[in-house]
Design a protein around this ligand. Sequence first.
Ligand SMILES: [Zn+2]
Length: 364
Amino acid sequence: MDVVERFVRYAKVSSKSRNEKEFSLLIKDDLEKLGFEIFIDNAGEKVGGNTGNVFGRLKGNSDKKPLLFCAHMDTVEPCDGINPIIEDGIIKSDGTTILSADCKSGIATIIEAIKEVIDSNEERGDIEVLFTICEEVGLLGAKFFDFNKVKAREAFTVDTGGDAGIITIKGPYHHIIEAEFIGKASHAGNAPEKGISAIQMAARAIDNMNLLKIDEETTANIGTIEGGSATNVVAESCKIKLEARSLSEDKLKKQVDSMLKAINEAANYFSGDVKINEYLEYPGFSLKEDSPIKEMFAKACENLSIDYFEKNSRGGADTHFFPESIEATTISCGMSNVHSTEEFISVKNLIDTKNLIAELIRLA
Ligand SMILES: [Zn+2]
């Protein structure tokens, strides 16, 4: 089997978030055949899924450093009956489903790279893998994984778009705010003056917010709004759901504080009420200037004549939940147009990513 065959085999097994069991058993079996000791945790029980995170360790045959590779098992929908088509060096779906290169390309390249290093009898340190559940629904698998099990102090998550050779230097902090404005219902024709409009409160709050691109590192958005029941009723309730992201923890705090201030001020202005639920969806991360994994990745690219690029991420990945004691980042695997039926990946990117991972194992 080569990396393309492995990818196609994995892509065909449906594994939407909270339903990763069938796929998890397939890769557990593949990893055990390579000599891995596998542990499946109970994160699935905590998030209402049918299986947990797959964590595996393969003992090394030298004193090289242990390394961990991570990718997620779950996918977005539509993902039933994925039928990958290979044409002119590009792998895509038949147009009725996603391809699931996000993130089966990560898993296939990791496992194939490890197999290659084992088969060639090269020196290697311990290799650990973490294949998570429920990444697409809030990084839940990584959030509930017990990282005390991990021996490696250096980790690569293989889960971002762009050609092989991209390393993420910073990932954002991501904060969610859910607010429900509570006014007072009244007949809009007979006694509107007795009512308090929750929709007006939401409108004032939103109008007083700084939104969308705040600066080079910070963004904010109103995701959803719902409220009211009929034109003849002064709306009693209006709910809004918002997010803010920033590569800087300080800037995120400032943005979130200003959004909360606008929400509270609007409720006060109309003498209404507001219930707020806000939380950090996931923390940010950033690699140090002299990060050893950055140097290692740059060296691997150089050895393989693959162009090396650094980028800041705007989205989340399992990397965000790695503890500070593990130096971790996200690297690309070549997936494109993810989360759509137009998703595709090139054969070249699958091979380059696999080769890079094998080279990282050699460089450890
Ligand atoms: Zn992904």
